[in-house]
Design a protein around this ligand. Structure first.
Ligand code: 5GP
Length: 177
């Protein structure tokens, strides 16, 4: 079993304050429209739930699950769809909700999938943007936090299925075996 130290990057209050701010921006832009939020499982579940609560307006929700092949923590452009979109997208305003946009491969594939279904509009909301690791240029319309480096866990985000339940977001440091 590997050992880790972790340090708080974003407190519970900082996260909820930022999610409220994102919800206000999204509500202002979409109020009265037929908004469909598509969340990218699994890491997005806490963020998605808080965002929908703070949006406080009628929205439809759906989820996708995508897996990318790569070596270790590295992502690759080879993205596999484990669970696709079930809700009708045609003519709807779609907002993709991601936990982290890292290389951008996942969001890129998802945007292409949604475009092929003739959505009225497509935008992206990411809790964390790791812009410095981007491999493919993807637009992010609503960003929670910018993170330059490090691996983060908590608030739904895991390392090997651990740490999802934390209410804060931490940077994880591996200290050996
Ligand atoms: P990409 O943008 O590279 O296609 O992949 C983004 C996905 O990689 C995120 O949805 C998330 O699942 C995972 N990911 C990237 N960076 C981190 C990180 O720092 N912590 C965690 N827990 N997952 C990450």
């Amino acid at each position: 079993m590997k050992n880790f130290t972790k340090e708080v990057l974003f407190s519970k209050d900082a996260i909820l304050g930022r999610v409220k701010g994102l919800a206000e921006d999204i509500r202002r832009d979409y109020y009265g429209k037929d908004l469909l939020l598509i969340g990218v499982l699994n890491g997005v579940f806490m963020f998605f739930s808080d965002l929908v609560k703070y949006l406080d307006m009628p929205v439809k929700v759906d989820f996708v699950r995508l897996a990318s092949y790569g070596s270790g923590a590295k992502s690759s452009g080879d993205v596999r769809v484990l669970k696709g979109i079930e809700m009708s997208v045609t003519g709807r305003d779609v907002l993709v909700v991601e936990d982290i946009v890292d290389t951008g491969y996942t969001v890129d594939v998802l945007i292409k999938m949604i475009k092929a279904k003739n959505a009225n509009s497509i935008k992206v909301c990411a809790l964390i943007d790791k812009a410095e690791r981007r491999m493919v240029d993807v637009p992010i319309d609503y960003t929670g936090f910018a993170v330059e480096k490090g691996f983060v866990v908590g608030y739904g985000l895991d390392y090997d299925e651990q740490f999802r339940y934390f209410q804060e977001i931490y940077t994880l440091h591996e200290t050996g075996v």
